[in-house]
Structures are given as C-alpha cells and as structure tokens.
Design a protein around this ligand. Structure first.
Ligand SMILES: NC(=O)c1ccc[n+]([C@@H]2O[C@H](COP(=O)([O-])OP(=O)(O)OC[C@H]3O[C@@H](n4cnc5c(N)ncnc54)[C@H](O)[C@@H]3O)[C@@H](O)[C@H]2O)c1
Length: 261
C-alpha cells in the first residue's frame, strides 16, 4: 500500500497555458520544458544553442503539445524583446516564464577577470531581469502569470569556487523578492527555485566517486536529485496549487542547506 496518491492523481494540469523556458536546450531546462508539456502546457524553448532548442521543442511536440524554439543570448536585451514579442504573436499569449539559462565555470577568485565577472552577471542577472520585464505586459493581458527564477543553493550558502556565480544567484533572489512585491497587484507571482546537487551530464563527468563523497559528506538525504525532482518544484510554482505563494525561495537540496558543509 502506498501512503500517498500516485503522482498522476494530484498533478495540477496546465492545459491552455503558454510557458517559456530559457536555457531549455539541455540539462535541467529541458527537464522543466518536458515536465510542463507533460502537464498540458504549450512550451517555448529559448536557448543560445538554436539546434538543441529545436530538439527540445521536438520532444515537447512528441508529447502532443505545441512547442516553439528560438536561438539567442538572454544577455542581449534587444534579442530578448524581439523573441518574447515574436512568441506572444505566435502562441497568442504568455502565462509562465522559467528563467533558467545559466553558466558556471569552477573558477577561484584570483582566476576571475573582468570579462568573466561581467558575463556571469549578464547571463544570470541581466537575463533574468529583462526576460521578466518583457513578460509583464503579456501576463497582464491574460490577468496574471508566473515567473520562476532559477537560483541555486549557492545563492544561499557558499561553495569553494565561483564567487561570481554565488553573487549572481544571490542577486536573482533579490530580483525575485522585489518583482514579487511590485507585480502582485496584477496577479503575477514571482518565486525562485534554488536547486542543490543534481545528476546532470556535468556532475556525471566529475565521476561517480565524487558524487558518492559529496552525497555522504554534505547531503542528509545522501544522494543527488534527479532533474525531474527539481522539475516537480518548478511545476508546483507554475500551477494552481501555488496560487498564494509569491516572493519565496523553494530549495530542493536534500537537506544540504540545513547542515552546511
Ligand atoms: N546542475 C545543477 O546541479 C544546478 C544546481 C543549481 C542551479 N543550477 C542552475 O540551473 C540552470 C541550468 O543548469 P544546468 O546544469 O542544466 O546547465 P546546462 O549547462 O546543462 O544547461 C544550460 C543551458 O543554458 C543555455 N545557455 C547558457 N547561456 C545562455 C545564454 N546566455 N542565453 C541563452 N541560453 C544560454 C545553454 O546553451 C544550455 O542549454 C542554471 O541556471 C544553473 O545555474 C544547476
């Protein structure tokens, strides 16, 4: 006997919603796009890599949804405005934005030059802000919407490397709170997801031994998350079950942020 209903019994449907996921050509972004499509949403996949974005769109269409792809850099404000306007024209509206596009590079402070610092801020902070800004008018036209900003556990606790990534992910939490307050009168809810360690191609490439060590030493649940588990959190914030949740940070991290390391 299972103590909880099977997931399919209680998953909120997103039929008729149009969702945009940035950086959805690969990794977690692709998992978010597929999870939103599986719940009924039509999905736009925007990524700097147009080819991988088109492949994610194909996978979403295979689930029976409408899906569109576009290739551009989220740090380019003119391109962000062009792409969101084109999406709204094609899809007929916009209800959900997942600001997921991101980079990291495992650099220590002495290794970070001005160019690397500016790029980290541009992709995460500028990208998140201007995609959200371009989504306001179409969301108001639909009577509300959801903006879900992808931060990281490293926006809350320190890692050994990438201080500029930590700073950018913390800035995303600040943007989330400020926009949540400003946009609440229009029923646009703004929240952040701050994932802990996730099984991805990048973490697999660092080796099974490393994953076992991190799991044992830092994570009370003693394992990494699967991308689909982070996608459940994103879908909760995109759906009707989170209608009274705004300005919050949900951090699926297996308990890592409780203990620190
Ligand atoms: N993987 C993890 O363990 C983890 C943990 C916490 C937070 N995150 C965050 O989740 C997000 C996705 O991470 P991931 O591991 O799937 O990364 P990934 O590198 O596998 O995928 C990132 C995607 O974003 C795209 N992208 C990069 N720069 C872009 C830009 N300027 N404009 C548009 N698209 C761009 C890439 O082409 C790629 O498809 C990132 O914001 C990352 O910081 C990841």
């Amino acid at each position: 006997m299972t103590p909880f209903p099977a997931p399919s019994d209680h998953r909120a449907r997103l039929d008729g919603r149009v969702a945009l996921v940035t950086g959805a050509g690969a990794g977690l972004g692709r998992a978010y796009a597929l999870a939103l499509a599986a719940r009924g949403a039509d999905v736009a996949i925007h990524d700097i890599d147009a080819k991988s974005a088109a492949e994610t769109a194909r996978l979403c269409r295979a689930l029976g949804r409408r899906a569109w792809s576009d290739g551009y850099d989220v740090a380019n404000v003119a391109e962000v405005r062009r792409a969101l306007a084109a999406l709204v024209r094609t899809a007929g509206g916009l209800d959900i934005v997942v600001n997921n596009a991101g980079i990291d590079e495992a650099k220590t402070t002495p290794e970070i030059d001005e160019r690397a610092f500016d790029r980290m801020m541009a992709v995460h902070v500028k990208g998140t802000f201007f995609v959200a800004q371009a989504a306001i008018a179409p969301m108001r036209a639909r009577g509300g919407g959801r903006i879900i900003n992808i931060s990281s556990i490293n926006g809350m606790i320190a890692d050994r490397t990438d201080p500029h990534y930590n700073a950018a992910k913390a800035a995303i939490l600040g943007i989330t709170r400020a926009l949540a307050r400003e946009l609440a009168p229009w029923n646009i809810l703004v929240n952040a997801v701050a994932p802990g360690h996730v099984v991805t191609d990048a973490t697999r490439a660092r080796g099974e031994a490393r994953m076992r060590e991190v799991s044992r030493e830092r994570i009370p649940l003693r394992r990494y998350a699967m991308p689909e588990e982070i996608a459940h959190t994103v879908c909760f914030l995109a759906g009707p079950e989170s209608a009274f949740v705004t300005g919050q940070v949900l951090s699926p991290n297996g308990g890592e942020a409780i203990v620190g390391y």
